[in-house]
Design a protein around this ligand. Structure first.
Ligand code: LLP
Length: 383
């Protein structure tokens, strides 16, 4: 990615920079890859980044919205998505948010428990409406990703156990405020190999075939999100290989024609277009490490602190001046040991004032930022 250093250097830091050209190319790649699969529909997982400008590009490209709160439903509607293209998921939906969703006329609730079915049914009936519902199934598949972002194994809180699915479906079919339309799955995030998705397709095939033999027909199957991005080499793979992903799903999914296949991609849509920009405050030469202390911290990007996540980092100022490299621990200003972006990272020699770019921060970066230490982010820059 080419960074406009002159422009960046003049702005107060820390801030997020978004490359809208890259976002548009990513969206184009999604649309090109599903063009040959007319039954495939992609929703964007708003939680990855609810920035209104990004959302408007995403919805202009024709993607739907996968939401997890009334707040996200409202933000998505304001950014121009059609209500019918909104799905509402989440293990703990509040009554208030269920009402917002029903009043907006969203396309689908993804429900996670039988009790939730009853509550949505009651609220729908009280509003004189009927809710289209998919049941989230826990397929008991290990996504082989970070433990904290694995969601599809039996011990997780997510979805309905496969053994309880038939009971849940019969219950849903018996409720007059509910229209049972399909199944929902999501096995985890930042999945970089296709085996977990293949296992998911096989599991879906089994379940759909069994339901079919029992006379239960489905309008849609939602395979969730989870496609990973290249955090190590963001410039080598700025756009994920959507073609490979969708083609692999198409090859392994064997369900009756006419069932819509939905996806809810978050990270793979916005991850690479966002960069956290910080400025070097101090360089501290320790006995074992040199520390580059920057004005961005875990409050702006919590992923390294929370998941020990790797983000590619560069010293934009040092690179522009072709300085020799050295190893640094890149840390933020917060009084927490985990406020560390990288240890022993090779960067162009760092001096006070240098602009530091933390890459692949478009997903779960700004959306998970906090005000701890009464800190603030400065306005986003869109290029
Ligand atoms: N669908 C459901 C039901 C989800 O829970 C998620 C993400 C997605 C779709 C979108 O997944 P994606 O395509 O973005 O992988 N904060 C963590 C990631 C948490 C993901 C939560 N669920 C991180 O920074 O890595």
């Amino acid at each position: 990615m080419a960074f406009p250093l002159d422009l960046i250097s003049k702005r107060p830091t820390p801030f997020y920079l978004y490359d809208l050209g890259l976002l548009d190319r990513t969206l184009q790649a999604v649309n090109d890859s599903i063009a040959t699969h007319p039954d495939f529909h992609v929703h964007y997982a708003v939680k990855a980044n609810p920035d209104p400008i990004l959302l408007s590009h995403i919805f202009m490209a024709g993607l739907g919205a996968d939401t997890v709160s009334g707040g996200e439903i409202n933000i998505a509607l304001q950014a121009g998505v059609k209500p019918r293209d909104i799905a509402f998921a989440g293990v703990g939906k509040t009554d208030r948010d269920i009402k917002i969703a029903l009043n907006a006329g969203i396309g689908m609730f993804n429900i996670e428990s039988v009790q939730e079915l009853d509550i949505i049914n009651d609220i729908a009936l009280s509003l004189g409406k009927k809710a289209d519902v998919a049941i989230r199934v826990n397929p008991d598949i290990d996504a082989h990703t970070h433990h904290y972002i694995t969601t599809g194994i039996a011990e997780n809180k997510f979805g309905i156990d496969m053994r309880d699915l038939d009971t849940a479906i019969s219950h849903a079919i018996g409720l007059s405020g509910i229209n049972f339309v399909g199944l929902h799955f999501h096995i985890g995030s930042q999945i970089t190999i296709d085996t977990p998705f293949i296992l998911l397709c096989e599991r879906v095939n089994e379940i759909v075939a069994r339901l079919d033999s029992e006379g239960v027909s489905l309008r849609s199957v939602n395979l969730g999100g989870g496609l990973g991005i290249d955090y190590e080499y963001p410039d080598r793979h700025p756009v994920p290989d959507f073609g490979l992903f969708f083609d692999s799903v198409k090859r392994h999914l064997d369900i009756p024609a006419g069932i819509e296949v939905h996806f809810e991609l978050g990270r793979s849509i916005v991850g690479q277009c966002g960069t956290l920009i910080g400025r070097t405050l101090y360089v501290k030469n320790g006995h074992s490490h040199d520390f580059a202390i920057i004005d961005a911290g875990m409050t702006e990007l919590i992923r390294p602190a929370l998941y020990d996540a790797y983000h590619f980092i560069s010293n934009l100022t040092g690179d522009a001046e072709h300085r020799p490299t050295r190893f640094y621990n890149v840390v933020g200003p917060v009084c927490e040991t985990t406020d560390t972006f990288a240890t022993n990272r090779r960067l162009s020699r760092v001096v006070r004032g240098d602009i530091i770019a933390i890459r692949s921060a478009g997903a779960y970066g700004q959306s998970m930022s906090s005000h701890y230490n009464s800190r603030r982010l400065y306005p986003n820059l869109y290029i």
